[in-house]
Design a protein around this ligand. Sequence first.
Ligand code: NAP
Ligand code: G4F
Length: 325
Amino acid sequence: MTASKRAFITGITGQDGAYLAKLLVDKGYEVFGLLARRSTSTVWRLDYVGILDQITLIDGDLTDLSSLIRALKIAKPHEIYNLGAQSFVGSSWDQPILTGQVTAIGVTNVLEAIRLTDPSARFYQASTSEMFGLIQKEQQDEQTPFYPRSPYGVAKLYGHWATVNYRESFKLHASSGILFNHESPLRGIEFVTRKVTDAVARIKLGKQQQLALGNIDAKRDWGFAGDYVEAMWLMLQQEQPDDYVIATGITTTVRDMCRIAFEHVGLNYEDHVVIDPRYYRPAEVEVLLGNPAKAQAKLGWKATTTLDQLITMMVDADMKRVGAI
Ligand code: NAP
Ligand code: G4F
């Protein structure tokens, strides 16, 4: 137990926010989260993990520095996790400026709010394997040059370097987790794994016939979000701030991920998946494969959930959800 520590999470209503908030509540932290104003409720994931009544939500937005300063003055956190972002790569071509304002400038807003309130607070930035984009090395690690391929990747690269720069300029305890794709039953429906597992459940239960996808030859290094939030916390427990690749070290095509999902309920993906070029991207990240050796050596972190376990967990959750509708 780490009693009396306080943490502040932006993006607490997202997939990782919910798992991280649960992890920190279980460790005895007092957890605060930034709640962006929407016209309908966004707290279903916090409800799903059973901690909605154990955390404090503070209204604010990553694009509004004054709201961040106010939130930090209320929460007085020892640790700040910046998970908020416009995080869907596909949407970033349709809303490139918003993506820049939230996903890039939003990071500087949080860093400035920390400088203006309590520079001794520790900071975690949710960086991403999307920064590697057009990969410059077969297996990507902390030394691999970046080459982002989407407005989202470009925005994240800004946030990553802002984090490194504030660490070097102002000696902030600012760390950046370069996380490869991680999924769960709480994944947004627009991302390919959840789109597939939801469709598998609907097809199995007779509510849908086909599933339209884009580039199913793309390869990703997929892990379980529940494992990955542990790495975020570990980074902020280190004496020195640093950057870490968090990945499984295994890459799989979207096609094979589909095969696993359909086979789990006794179906053949080839009977149901159709290709729709509308889902192709203007510039694709064809393959990602991370090297988590540094995280294993320095943090003692290792992914524990296999892709088979992850996808079957997601299909089972969607079978329950779709069956209940
Ligand atoms: P997610 O489910 O899309 O959650 C994004 C969160 O950001 C939501 O809570 C959302 O709030 C919040 N948000 C969006 N715009 C905001 C704004 N203007 N002000 C304040 N909050 C705002 O993303 P995730 O999968 O949990 O990922 C967490 C972080 O890790 C993101 O920064 C993502 O880019 C990064 N990342 C994710 C992966 C992955 O594979 N999941 C890999 C590498 C990096 P609403 O609920 O109100 O929309
Ligand atoms: O599931 P995706 O949308 O995830 P993507 O683009 O890799 O981004 C996710 O992971 C990043 C880490 O590398 C995060 F930073 C980011 O926030 C997000 O969480 O797409 C995965 C792959 C792509 O190659 C895409 O072209 O699946 C391919 N794909 C094929 N058909 C599709 C589809 N993706 C989506 N979303 N929908 C399709 O129908």
